[in-house]
Design a protein around this ligand. Structure first.
Ligand SMILES: Nc1ncnc2c1ncn2[C@@H]1O[C@H](COP(=O)(O)OP(=O)(O)O)[C@@H](O)[C@H]1O
Ligand SMILES: Nc1ccn([C@@H]2O[C@H](COP(=O)(O)O)[C@@H](O)[C@H]2O)c(=O)n1
Length: 232
């Protein structure tokens, strides 16, 4: 059983480069790391019509199911797997299927409000905030939402002005105050390399701890077995 030893949070505005940073720092770590996109914890909105779901403010903290996310992180930290929801941006709702996530040495939580919740911040060992200028972020978002999330230009602009920008200023930007490190301009290679090295070291240290725990458990079991034989 793997008990995760290192939880890292990556927050920042839309288009800042959170997903890119998270992908780059974990791409060489194989199965020792689990990436948890906060987007998967958007509330289930099946009770609403598609038109109603289009009107939801997805940048307000109330858009997320924090209780479920806390529960899943706690479960992973106890060494147990969870059934993670999946999100579909094209229909503004959760998918029907879930993915089984096994506990791994390192867990990366990534999303606009990854540093918002006090209890979740308390579970993290490293809190990062990716900071990129708003004009760069909106340009990236337009391209991504049109090409990958089934949106049109007018819709992206309306949403940006009505909710994305004001919520960024009110809720997302202030979480920078909870960060241990601020990464300027997204995926800068110096920051990415340093974080990757740190995660490598954590994984090696945790492998040793898990091995020691395993051999201690085996030793105890061997010591107990003569008594068990005697009882039989
Ligand atoms: N440093 C960068 N330089 C150029 N493009 C980038 C950079 N970082 C991210 N992008 C691009 O910007 C878009 C948004 O990046 P992403 O990592 O998905 O941001 P976020 O997860 O913060 O919304 C993607 O298309 C990505 O390829
Ligand atoms: N149905 C939804 C749900 C969320 N959004 C937007 O996604 C943004 C967060 O994702 P990033 O990858 O950009 O960090 C957030 O700003 C929401 O506005 C959406 O458009 N539709």
């Amino acid at each position: 059983m793997t008990i995760p030893s290192f939880v890292i949070g990556i927050a920042g505005g839309t288009g800042a480069g959170k997903t890119t940073v998270s992908r780059l720092v974990t791409q060489n770590l194989g199965d020792d790391v689990t990436r948890i996109p906060l987007d998967n914890y958007y509330e289930d909105r099946s009770e609403l019509s598609f038109e109603e779901r289009q009107e939801v403010n997805y940048d307000h903290p109330s858009a997320f199911e924090w209780e479920l996310l806390r529960d899943h992180l706690e479960t992973l930290l106890e060494g147990q797997p969870v059934e993670m929801p999946q999100y579909d941006f094209e229909v503004h709702n959760r998918k029907d299927e879930r993915t089984t996530v096994e506990p791994t040495d390192v867990i990366v939580l990534e999303g606009i409000l990854a540093l918002h919740d006090e209890a979740i911040n308390g579970m993290m060992d490293l809190r990062l905030y990716v900071e990129t200028d708003a004009d760069v972020r909106i340009l990236r978002r337009i391209r991504r939402d049109v090409l990958e999330r089934g949106r049109d230009l007018e819709g992206v602009i309306d949403q940006y002005l009505s909710t994305v920008k004001p919520m960024h200023e009110r809720f997302i930007e202030p979480t920078k105050g909870h960060a241990d490190l601020i990464i300027p301009e997204g995926a800068n290679s110096v920051a990415v390399n340093l974080i990757e090295e740190k995660l490598h070291a954590e994984i090696e240290g945790n492998a040793m701890r898990n091995w020691e725990r395993g051999s201690l458990e085996r030793e105890l079991a061997e010591k107990r077995s003569p008594d068990l034989d005697a009882d039989e």
